[in-house]
Design a protein around this ligand. Sequence first.
Ligand code: SAH
Length: 218
Amino acid sequence: MLFERKKTDFETQRKSMVEKQIEGRGIGNQKVLGSLLKIERHRFVPLHLKTVAYEDRPLPIGYGQTISQPYIVAFMTELLELKEQDSVLEIGTGSGYQTAVLAEIAEKVYSIEVIPELSERAKNLIEGLGYRNVYIKIGDGWRGWKEYAPFSAIIVTCAPTKIPPLLIEQLSDGGKMVVPIGSGFQKLKLVEKVKGEIKIKNAGDVSFVPMIKKEDKR
Ligand code: SAH
C-alpha cells in the first residue's frame, strides 16, 4: 500500500517535471519528452535524495560528481536531433540517467565513464532496467571509442577546455556533437560535420563538472 502510494507520487512528480521544467521552457521534441516522462529518475539518485529527484537542479551522486539538471538533459538531447537508427557516444556516464534517455531514442548508445565505481553502478542499473542497446565502459572519454566509431551523435556531459580532436574525428558526416567547453561556467557548443567541414555554434551557458584529465597532455 505504502509502496503503491509512493510510486504514484513519483509518477505525478515526473509528469509535473516534464510539463513545467521541460515543455514549459520550450522543449518540443516528442521523443525527448516521452523519454523523460518514462524514465524513473528517482532510481538514478542516491537513496536519501529520492524525494527531490524531480526537482529543477543537479544532484550529487558521489565521488564529487552530479546527475545533471533535467532541463539540461532534455536541452542537450534535443540539440542532437536523434533518429531511431542513430549510434550515440556519451562521455561521462555518471548516474546513467542521460544514457537511458538516449537509449530510449537511438538504436545504440556507447557510454564512457572515468570513475570505475560510477561506471559499475550505472551499468548494473541500466542492465537491470532492461536496456539491451547500451554499451558502457570505464575509460577516458577524451579519446572517444574508436572501435565503434563513427557515431551519428556525441554528447559530452563533463567539460574539457577544448573540443577533443578525436571526438571530432569519430563523428560521422552529418553528425552532431554537444560539448560544454571551458572552466567555471562553460559555453555549450553544438558541433556539426557537414561534408567533412566542421561547423561550431554556441548553444548557451552551462555548468558541468570538469573533464578529468588522464595521462594525455591536453
Ligand atoms: N550524464 C551524467 C552526468 C554525470 S557528471 C548524469 O546525468 O548522471 C559528469 C561525469 O563525467 C562524471 O561522472 C565524471 O566522473 C565523468 N567524467 C569526467 N571526466 C571524464 C573523462 N575524462 N572521461 C569519461 N568520463 C569523465
